[in-house]
Design a protein around this ligand. Structure first.
Ligand SMILES: C[S@@+](CC[C@H](N)C(=O)[O-])C[C@H]1O[C@@H](n2cnc3c(N)ncnc32)[C@H](O)[C@@H]1O
Length: 270
């Protein structure tokens, strides 16, 4: 089994995605989507951005490596009566099933960054975008002090070393890497621009409840707890993450969680 696919099918990312809907909608509202625009949402999960894109009238294809998330996306689309969005399985490192220049806009928010072979991912995103089209990525930033970068950093300290040749997903949060990857795909540096942006994690319970959701449903955190528990350090990891979630909470009520997280927004003009 492909370990990248296994990681994301392990838990149930829909339970985390529920906390990210508001920021997903706000991000999509700023993308200039008009009726009929052909959009590929890559690493789409259950459609946090794909569904709002479809609501704005775009023809959306959501592609994700995890079959459970593809099914969850199609279920949401059906329940919402949206006929202009379809979710299907695929790997951002190799989109062989998609033709060249098929999309006006390729969106990948914390999605393609998790695929292995980042140079192949950039090549594939560029290939399926029509000349004159756009690619928009959201990528977590290594060593950033906010929530997700810290979860990934703390988790990696409790996990076994990655296999040789593994390239960390958060390397997509470093501008020089992004320029080099799209450069190899034929996009000059001047066509790649960067912005710091924020996603807010909203949870209708205390920070410890949001942490419990990550521990139970978020593949990378589940793996970190399994590894920590094998080494007798599960309690230590829980304590470290609990301190992180509580210190990052910006809600004025102790029973509600609202945590902002910074990411690198990348725009490529094809
Ligand atoms: C953090 S989630 C983000 C999902 C969604 N974009 C959102 O904003 O809710 C990462 C997603 O990337 C998907 N993913 C990971 N590796 C992938 C790959 N190689 N190809 C396509 N999707 C991938 C996962 O299955 C998961 O749905």
């Amino acid at each position: 089994m492909n370990p990248n696919k296994a990681l994301w099918e392990k838990g149930d990312f829909t339970r985390i995605a529920e906390c990210m809907r508001q920021s997903g909608e706000e991000l999509v509202a700023g993308l200039g989507i008009a009726k009929g625009l052909k959009v590929l949402d890559l690493g789409c999960g259950d459609g946090t951005t794909a569904i709002p894109e479809a609501r704005l009238g775009a023809d959306v294809l959501g592609v994700d490596i995890a079959s459970n998330l593809v099914a969850a996306g199609n279920k949401r689309a059906r329940e919402l009566g949206l006929a202009n969005v379809k979710f299907q399985e695929g790997d951002a490192s190799n989109l062989h099933e998609l033709p060249d220049a098929a999309f006006d806009l390729v969106v990948s928010i914390f999605g393609a960054m998790f695929a292995p072979k980042p140079f192949d991912v950039a090549k594939e995103m560029v290939r399926v975008t029509r000349p004159g089209g756009r690619i928009v990525m959201g990528n977590w930033i290594p060593n950033d002090p906010t929530l997700v970068a810290q979860i990934l950093k703390i988790s990696s300290a409790y996990s076994p070393p990655p296999p040789e040749g593994f390239i960390s997903p958060v390397t997509w949060g470093i501008e020089d890497n992004v320029v080099a990857r799209f450069g190899e795909a034929g996009v000059p540096k001047e066509k790649v621009s960067f912005q710091r942006d924020t996603y807010i994690f909203n949870f209708p319970g205390p920070p410890s409840g949001l942490l419990a959701a990550f521990k139970t449903y978020y593949g990378p955190t589940m793996n970190a707890f399994e590894a920590a528990e094998r080494g007798g350090r599960g309690g230590e990891l829980l304590k470290e993450l609990d301190a992180l979630f509580n210190s990052q909470n910006r809600s004025s009520s102790a029973d509600v969680t609202s945590i902002p997280a910074t990411f690198l927004r990348v725009t490529v003009n094809r």
